[in-house]
Structure formats: structure tokens, C-alpha cells
Design a protein around this ligand. Structure first.
Ligand code: GDP
Length: 316
């Protein structure tokens, strides 16, 4: 069994190196990754001095980089400047600190937002840079695309085994359940919870017609641990079930698991965002043909149970 630490010789000084550092370690995916040192938003990774000094002190062997300024459709539309600046700074600093302080393997999180808006479906790893991202989230998307560029350049110039993953819409415990700036599943769980509690209608944005592919955070964590050990290609790898579901059907599942008996209102003046963004998971499946994804029904049940039990303390 691997030890969690390794000794690094720096002249006379011996530094104990942790096997793994997870940025965004208190978030949706980071909390599900087992072991490792976890850093959360208390460390301002937008500041290169802070980032460097942390890496200099800890000298991790491997890094999973999940930290990002994230949000659903609402956040992406309302906070465009912040989404660009925070993400481009965080990614640039983390990848550069990994290089400077001898990180051997980096797994960097991208997102399906990186893909072009107008592109032939399904989305594959080869299509990341083929055209403009959707207008609703281009600042976040371009910042993430640049992480892919930085990794490619670092692999070529410095011969580093740094890789990136592209998960589809992740959901699960420890998400941000904010009503305005959260992603669709946590926002809707929170809205349905309040509607039930206050005996008011459950208001959902848009037409309910858009299709999305959801992946449970525990599955993403398992796949990330596999990537850390086994995936070494320059091209990103898509982490996806490749199963689409409409927002209307997601709402149906949430209503079922929350046992909500009130009225659902579709706010059609609110944005739908992209209609669909189906992905092709065949690369992942060629490596892991037997991987069993958590069904949306089961994952939603677990997420809702977690939210209800942690209502007072969760991010919202
Ligand atoms: P996207 O996949 O990047 O577009 O991000 P989201 O996770 O925010 O999903 C957006 C989809 O869910 C859109 O079709 C929205 O219209 C729909 N939706 C319905 N209600 C909500 C809500 O309360 N919050 C969010 N973020 N999306 C909602």
C-alpha cells in the first residue's frame, strides 16, 4: 500500500511531501475525493504569491485541481467579469505553481461549458476549441479553455504529465444551493424545499425542455482517482454518462423525492440556456467498460437527504 507521504531531499533539508493536494477540497467534487490535503476558499488562489508560497510549503506529489469560481446559468450571466478574472487567475497560478514546485501529476477540471455553442453533436474531446462558447457562459468557458492550452504547452515544453477532465453537469452533497447563482439541481432542490415548507408554488426557470447530462459527484471522484493513476493523454477526457434528461423530468424526480404536492410554475421568461449539449463518453468507456454510474434517481435521493439534514449549515 502506498504511503501518504514521500520524503523530498532539498540539500540538507528533508521535506515530507503529501501524496495528494485537492484544490476546491471543500466543494462538490473535492469533498468526495478520498485522502489528500484539501484546500478551500480560505486560500486565495487568484494571488500568485499566496499560491506559490502554499505550494512551496506543502510540495504535493500529485494535485487534483477542482477549485473554480462556479455558478449556474444565473451566476454566469450576472457575474461575467468575476467569472473570467477569478477562473483565469486561479488556473494560471495553480498550474504554474505545480510546475515550479515539482508536482508530478496534475488532474485539472474543465467543464462541458468549454465546448463551442455551434458544433456538430455529440461533443467529443477533439471539439473543445472549434468555435465560440455559448453566450451565457463564455467568460467561464474561455478561462477553462485556457487551462487546456496551458496544460498542452507545459506538457510540450516541460514534459509534464498533466491532464484534464471534462465532466458534464455534476450534482451531489456539498454543492452550492443558492437560489439565484446555483446550478440547476441544487437551486431546484432548495426552491422545492422552500415551496413545500411555505406552501407556495415551486417556480422553475425556462420551458423545461432543455436537455442535460448529470453525473453524481461520488462517481466523478471515483473517476478522478482513476485518472490520477491511469490517464496520461494530452487530450482531455470527458467524464459523462452520456444520458440526456430534460429539465422537466429532473423537476419530476425532485418533486417525487421531496414529496411536494403543490403547484409547479414554469417561468418561461427566464432563460433556458443552451438547448442541449450531448457528449460522447466513448473514450472513458473504452478505458472503463464496466464502470457503473449512480442513477439520477438514486443520486438525487441522496443529495436531497443530505440537503435536508444539512439545511442550516450548507452553502446556500
Ligand atoms: P448550464 O447547464 O450551464 O446551462 O447550467 P445550469 O445547471 O444552471 O442549468 C440550466 C438549465 O436549467 C436551464 O435550462 C435553466 O432554464 C434550467 N433551470 C430551471 N430552473 C433553474 C434554476 O432555478 N436555476 C438554474 N441554474 N437553472 C434552472
Amino acid at each position: 500500500m502506498k504511503s501518504n507521504m514521500e520524503i523530498l531531499d532539498v540539500g540538507e533539508v528533508h521535506i515530507e511531501r503529501p501524496r495528494l493536494l485537492v484544490t476546491g477540497g471543500r466543494g462538490l467534487v473535492g469533498t468526495q475525493i478520498s485522502g489528500g490535503i484539501k484546500i478551500g476558499s480560505n486560500l486565495d488562489l487568484r494571488d500568485s504569491k499566496i499560491c506559490d508560497s502554499f505550494f512551496n510549503d506543502t510540495r504535493p506529489i500529485n494535485v487534483v485541481h477542482c477549485a473554480a469560481k462556479v455558478g449556474g446559468l444565473g451566476g454566469n450571466i450576472n457575474l461575467k467579469g468575476e467569472f473570467f478574472y477569478d477562473n483565469i487567475m486561479i488556473n494560471t497560478n495553480v498550474i504554474e505553481s505545480c510546475r515550479k514546485y515539482g508536482v508530478r501529476k496534475l488532474v485539472c477540471f474543465l467543464s462541458t461549458c468549454v465546448f463551442p455553442d455551434k458544433v456538430e453533436y455529440p461533443l467529443t474531446e477533439k471539439k473543445v476549441h472549434l468555435g465560440e462558447p455559448h453566450n451565457s457562459n463564455y467568460p467561464y468557458a474561455y478561462a477553462k479553455r485556457m487551462a487546456d492550452v496551458q496544460i498542452r504547452a507545459y506538457r510540450e515544453q516541460y514534459d509534464l504529465n498533466y491532464v484534464s477532465v471534462i465532466p458534464t453537469n455534476i450534482y451531489g452533497p456539498n454543492d452550492n444551493f443558492n437560489l439565484e447563482n446555483g446550478h440547476v439541481i441544487p437551486s431546484l432542490i432548495h426552491k422545492c424545499y422552500l415551496a413545500k415548507k411555505n406552501n407556495t408554488p415551486f417556480k422553475v426557470w425556462g420551458s423545461g425542455k432543455p436537455l442535460r447530462e448529470f453525473i453524481y459527484s461520488e462517481d466523478v471522484a471515483k473517476l478522478t482517482e482513476w485518472v490520477l493513476e491511469n490517464y496520461n493523454e494530452e487530450e482531455p477526457i470527458i467524464l459523462s454518462t452520456s444520458e440526456e434528461i430534460s429539465i422537466r423530468d429532473v423537476v419530476g424526480l425532485i418533486v417525487k423525492h421531496m414529496d411536494f404536492k403543490g403547484k409547479v410554475i414554469w417561468e418561461e421568461d427566464k432563460p433556458d440556456g443552451q438547448y442541449r449539449k450531448p457528449s460522447d463518453n466513448s473514450k472513458l468507456m473504452s478505458y472503463l467498460p464496466d464502470f457503473k454510474f449512480t442513477s439520477l434517481d438514486e443520486g438525487l435521493k441522496k443529495t436531497i437527504d443530505w440537503f435536508v439534514s444539512n439545511y442550516e449549515s450548507c452553502r446556500k
